[in-house]
Write a protein that binds this ligand. Structure first.
Ligand code: ZN
Length: 402
């Protein structure tokens, strides 16, 4: 198991990649890479470990080989900075060409990047994606519906890159929906959050365009996995990225085909290499051949362990499942799930889908939620549109101060 990966990691170890102070205490010697069994003796590393170390202590890259220094979005705490080296940029291009060629991004495309531009990885990685494909792009750093329309009126954008909630926001400006639908946009590449099937349906209506989901994280360099034309799981390049699925209770690998917490190890001389990096991402891996013909495995992201509810019978319920129930019942605004000792309160903005004339049936929604949570004490609390601030990246299992 993971024989090729161990061979590659041993090479990287011998080249001095793990000689940085950050890894010196984690990796005891080259024996760690002689088999997958030995590899499991390497302790997991966590976001907290990164926060407590300095960027220069985490890299073996010499200053002349640094490509740039970018940060996480900082939505879950202080921003964390990462060194990307020149090799990272080359590997990034390899990922991007694989993913974006498949979904048909071509040099004549004009990208519309609807994301704040500061030190965060997200907007930068999107700019590099379009550049890599020989396409051009325009930035909209404050992507409110009105600002997005103003960009689209001025520039014939064909592909949007952003988070799912940004391109759902036109639902709050019904008077603009017709203009979004008539725009020149024909594809949306969406990352930085889960994309539920019901939200995808809503976005595809709002934009009259096709959505592709992309999965990434700042620690890596942005895109790690993306949907092909089949849109049935997200392919990842397993020659560059090793994913272990770990049982959060035992800390051991889950049996094949079972979901687990993704633990990432990067397989090139990365600026900040990842070695058994625990992220809280809960997912399934699929090694079956995809109809698109790609040889690369697929991941199916289920949610974050830090934003879910464990039911009495031991199942995890993730926001995506709640979202599908709400949206399919015509509640397409922001929502939160508040787990109280006595009951579960789901607060949802009463925002109807533009393609439906029905109003939400609270009893039907509560029935669906009861079935999902396996509990009877569930209350749906309908609130007016605009009650909650847009939830870009934060928790859904929370007690919002409305
Ligand atoms: Zn495929």
């Amino acid at each position: 198991m993971y024989e090729n990966e161990m061979e590659r990691l041993l090479e990287l170890y011998m080249s001095g990649l793990y000689g940085s102070p950050y890894y010196a205490k984690q990796v005891s010697g080259k024996d760690c890479f002689t088999s997958y069994e030995q590899f499991q003796s390497i302790p997991f590393s966590y976001k907290e470990d990164i926060r407590e170390s300095s960027i220069m202590d985490r890299t073996a890259t010499k200053s002349g080989d640094i490509f740039g220094i970018f940060s996480s979005s900082g939505t879950t705490g202080n921003k964390t900075y990462y060194i990307y080296n020149k090799k990272d940029k080359i590997v990034h291009e390899s990922f991007v060409k694989t993913y974006l060629t498949e979904i048909g991004i071509i040099p004549s495309d004009i990208g519309g990047i609807m994301a704040p531009i500061d030190t965060g990885v997200m907007a930068h990685t999107m700019m590099w994606e379009f550049t890599t494909m020989g396409a051009s792009y325009v930035n909209c750093p404050e992507p409110s519906p009105h600002n997005m329309i103003s960009v689209l009126d001025a520039v014939p954008v064909t592909v949007i890159a952003t988070r799912p909630n940004v391109v759902s926001s036109p639902i709050y400006t019904p008077e603009l929906i017709g203009r979004f639908r008539k725009s020149s946009v024909n594809k949306l590449i969406l990352g930085g959050g889960f994309l539920s099937s019901e939200r995808r349906k809503l976005i595809e209506y709002l934009w009259d365009a096709k959505c592709f989901n992309l999965f990434g994280m700042s620690e890596m360099f942005g895109p790690m996995a993306a949907e092909c034309q089949m849109r049935d799981g997200l392919h990842y390049l397993d020659n560059y990225l090793m994913i272990e699925l770990i049982d959060p209770t035992t800390g051991k690998p889950v049996p094949s085909g079972e979901p687990g917490v993704a633990v990432y190890t990067t397989l090139w001389d990365k600026g900040f290499p990842l070695l058994r990096y625990w992220t809280d991402d809960y997912m399934l891996l699929d090694h079956e051949n995809c109809k698109c013909g790609s040889q690369h495995p697929r991941l199916r992201y289920l949610g974050r362990l830090g934003d879910c509810h464990k039911t009495d019978d031991g199942r995890f319920v993730f926001p995506e499942q709640v979202e599908n129930i709400l949206f399919s019942n015509n509640l397409c605004g922001e929502y939160y799930i508040d787990i109280q000792p006595e009951c579960i309160i789901v607060s949802a903005e009463n925002v109807p889908a533009p393609y439906s004339s029905l109003t939400a049936d609270s009893y039907l929604v509560e029935d669906g939620l009861q079935e999902l949570f396996g509990a009877n004490d569930i209350k749906l609390n309908l609130v007016p549109a605009g009650t909650f601030a847009p939830n870009a990246h934060g928790k859904r299992f929370a007690n919002p101060k409305a």
